[in-house]
Write a protein that binds this ligand. Structure first.
Ligand code: ASP
Length: 328
């Protein structure tokens, strides 16, 4: 009897101090030649505000006990609507001045995935990727077919002009002027967006959305909508969203390689992400970075460029934001 009541008291005490299951989220808004000298105060403050808003939008979903998949979509929707980033409104322009977008999403609990490539005028490409994952037997849809699928599923379409900002017009003009003069681009600007999250049920998710590379042509598609290259999530290892020179991320299957180093080679998340970004890709001449999260809520955000727009909320509630080398 005494033993039983002692056991009950112990259980009660344990319950009252039992920690909530950890939730965490990280987002990025692209990596590149991001240095203070090239940044205006207005642009930097708009970027910080959007990063803050996006990471909180995702974290609120997690705090309500909802799935990681919903959290990454909530964060990406904010970034797609923010004109500062290369996704949705504010996406880079193709060689002919149009906007062609790619997006992908993956659920680490069951390896379900959805992706769209070369789509136009869909306000939230990440929603289209989500619909492909949930409402079709496929993983990837492209171009007109993907757009008609999105229309059938009631997704919002906008006029093309809504996506195009003056900043991207001037960027395209500058790139094309350099190209005509036979100059090599010395700078890289990747401002693809991405999110990774861990929910209270211990599930991981990853999502990425982009306009791809400025001045692209011939229907070029990068790593962002390619599962394994720009996006990957597996509860047994980690969730990853990448940004950078897509062709290299595809060749090195970057996102999946990081998860494999964790799952099969036993590296911790920091070591695995750093190995791929600062060794494999750097040695190959590729610039970029990733955000990564593991089932314990550890977050890693390595990049081999001067900066990467990023923010995170760690399991202990710590908020982190960064643009240049150092985070705050
Ligand atoms: N990775 C993207 C692509 O190659 C570009 C970016 O990160 O901004 O399409």
């Amino acid at each position: 009897m005494i033993r039983l009541s002692l056991l009950a008291a112990l259980l009660l005490a344990a319950g009252s101090v039992m920690a909530e299951p950890p939730v965490a989220i990280a987002i990025h808004g692209g990596a590149g030649t991001i240095v203070p000298e090239k940044m205006t105060a207005e642009r930097e403050s708009a970027i910080r505000q959007s990063l803050r808003q996006a990471v909180h939008a995702g974290h609120e979903v997690l705090a309500e006990g909802r799935p990681a998949i919903d959290a990454v979509v909530a964060a990406i929707r904010v970034l797609e609507d923010s004109p500062e980033f290369n996704a949705g409104r504010g996406a880079v322009l193709t060689n002919t001045g149009t906007v062609e977008m790619d997006a992908s999403i993956m659920d680490g609990s069951n390896l379900d995935a959805g992706a769209v490539a070369s789509i136009k005028r869909i306000r939230h490409p990440i929603e289209a990727a989500l619909r492909v994952m949930h409402d079709s037997p496929h993983v990837m849809m492209i171009g007109e077919g993907a757009m008609s699928f999105a229309r059938d599923h009631g997704l919002e379409f906008m006029d093309e002009a809504w996506f195009i900002t003056d900043f991207r017009r001037r960027q395209l003009e500058a790139i094309q002027a350099d190209e005509q003069a036979g100059l090599q681009l010395s700078e890289s600007w990747h401002s693809t967006v991405g999110a990774v999250a861990l929910d209270a049920d211990g599930n991981l998710a990853a999502a990425t959305s982009t306009g791809g590379m400025a001045n692209k042509r011939w229907g070029r598609v990068g790593d962002s909508p390619i599962i394994g290259a720009g996006t990957y999530a597996d509860n047994r290892a980690c969730a990853i969203s990448a940004t950078g020179h897509g062709e290299f991320f595809i060749r090195h299957v970057a996102a999946h390689s990081i998860c494999s180093l964790v799952r099969l080679a036993g590296l911790d998340l920091d070591e695995a992400a750093d190995r791929i970004i600062n060794e494999t890709l750097k040695d190959a001449g590729a610039d970029g970075g990733v955000i990564a999260i593991d089932p314990k809520g550890n977050i890693s955000m390595p990049f081999n460029t001067p900066g990467m727009y990023r923010a995170a909320i760690h399991p202990d509630g710590r908020f982190e934001i960064g643009i240049y080398r150092e985070s705050e």
